[in-house]
Design a protein around this ligand. Structure first.
Ligand SMILES: [Zn+2]
Length: 86
């Protein structure tokens, strides 16, 4: 099972360059754009909170984005369950 590590790293670099200009604060739109990758990293066993600390911080303070994040995980978990049973 191989992971597209290179594309993930490229994404991380892009995100870092975006977030660096905004320091610790991101807006909901940034969080929304990053949350897919954030969840992918979590599911790949990577330390998403370490790689994208701004997303983690935003999820901690923004109920709307946290809900989005949890919904995304629930959807992905459901997909995994489906593929397991087939
Ligand atoms: Zn938000």
């Amino acid at each position: 099972m191989s992971k597209p590590v290179e594309s993930q790293l490229r994404f991380v670099n892009v995100m870092r360059s975006i977030f660096n200009t905004k320091l610790e604060e991101i807006v909901c739109e940034d969080c929304y754009n990053a949350v897919d990758q954030y969840v992918d990293m979590l599911r790949a066993g990577r330390d998403a909170g370490e790689i994208l600390p701004q997303v983690k911080a935003h999820l901690g303070v923004c109920a709307g984005c946290d809900e989005e994040f949890r919904a995304l995980i629930a959807i992905l978990e459901a997909e995994v369950d489906q593929s397991d049973t087939q």
